[in-house]
Design a protein around this ligand. Structure first.
Ligand code: CDP
Length: 223
C-alpha cells in the first residue's frame, strides 16, 4: 500500500493539508492528533488525573476507538460516540499534549495507526508518523512555519469555533508545545532523515497543497 506521512508542529497546517491531499489522491486520511485528543476526552470525562501516568495507563483498556467515514470526512468514535468539535477545545489540547508523552498511551495508539495503513492507501499526519509509526512510508513530508504564523492561523481557527483568545497567549502556548513536543523522551517531534522539509510560512493553503502534491507525484509512479 502507499502511505504518505505528514509530520510537523502545531499550526503548521498538517491536518487541513492532509485532508485536501488525501481527497485529491483518493487516499484515506488519518489525523493521528485526533486520536490523542480522543484519549484526552475520555480522561476528562472520567475525571482521571491526567498528570498521573499510572491512572491514565489503567483507563486505556476502557477506551474503544473507531474511525467512521461520514462523506469524505473521518470521524472518531470514542466508545461508539462521535466526538465532533469537542476534540479541539483548549483544555483537551492541553491534556492531549501531556498524555502524548506517556509510553503507555503511545503504545496503545501505535498498533491502531499501523493497522490503519495496512490495507489501504493513506495520508497520515502527526508528529512521529515518518519516524516511528510508518518508517517505511512511500513519501515523508515535514511541514513547518514560524511560530508567529502558526499562532495567527490557530487564532483564526479558534475564532471560527466561536471561542476567543489573545494572540500572545496562543503564541506562548504554541512555543511551549513546540518545546514539549520536541524535547519529550518518547517519539519527539522530529523530521525523519528521509523526509522532505517544507516551510510554508509564506505559502497560502493551495500553494502548500500543490508543493506537497508535486513531491508525491515525483516519488510515486502512476499516481
Ligand atoms: O492540531 P495540533 O497540531 O494543535 O495538535 P494535534 O496534531 O491535534 O495533536 C494534539 C497533541 O497530540 C499534540 O500536543 C502532540 O503532542 C500529540 N501528538 C503526538 O504526540 N503524536 C502524534 N502523532 C500526533 C499528535
Amino acid at each position: 500500500m502507499i502511505s504518505v506521512t505528514i509530520d510537523g508542529p502545531a499550526g503548521s497546517g498538517k491536518s487541513t493539508i492532509s485532508k485536501i491531499i488525501s481527497k485529491k489522491l483518493g487516499f484515506v486520511h488519518l489525523d493521528t492528533g485526533a486520536l490523542y485528543r480522543a484519549v484526552a476526552c475520555f480522561i476528562k470525562k472520567s475525571n482521571i488525573d491526567f498528570e498521573n501516568e499510572n491512572d491514565v495507563k489503567k483507563c486505556l483498556k476502557d477506551i474503544n476507538l473507531k474511525i467512521k467515514k461520514v462523506g469524505n470526512e473521518q470521524r472518531i468514535l470514542l466508545n461508539e460516540k462521535d466526538l465532533k468539535n469537542e476534540l479541539r477545545s483548549l483544555d483537551i489540547t492541553k491534556i492531549a499534549s501531556k498524555i502524548a508523552a506517556y509510553q503507555s498511551v503511545r503504545d496503545y495508539l501505535l498498533n491502531f495507526q499501523r493497522d490503519f495503513a495496512k490495507f489501504q492507501n493513506v495520508v497520515m499526519d502527526g508528529r512521529d508518523i515518518g519516524t516511528v509509526v510508518l518508517p517505511q512510508a512511500s513519501v515523508k513530508i515535514f511541514i513547518t512555519a514560524s511560530p508567529e504564523v502558526r499562532a495567527k492561523r490557530r487564532l483564526e481557527q479558534i475564532l471560527k469555533n466561536g471561542e476567543n483568545f489573545d494572540y500572545l497567549e496562543i503564541l506562548d502556548s504554541i512555543k511551549k508545545r513546540d518545546y514539549e513536543d520536541t524535547h519529550r523522551k518518547i517519539a519527539p517531534l522530529k523530521k525523519a532523515d528521509d523526509a522532505i522539509l517544507i516551510d510554508n510560512s509564506d505559502m497560502n493553503l493551495s500553494q502548500s497543497v500543490e508543493s506537497i502534491l508535486s513531491i508525491i507525484k515525483e516519488k510515486v509512479d502512476n499516481i
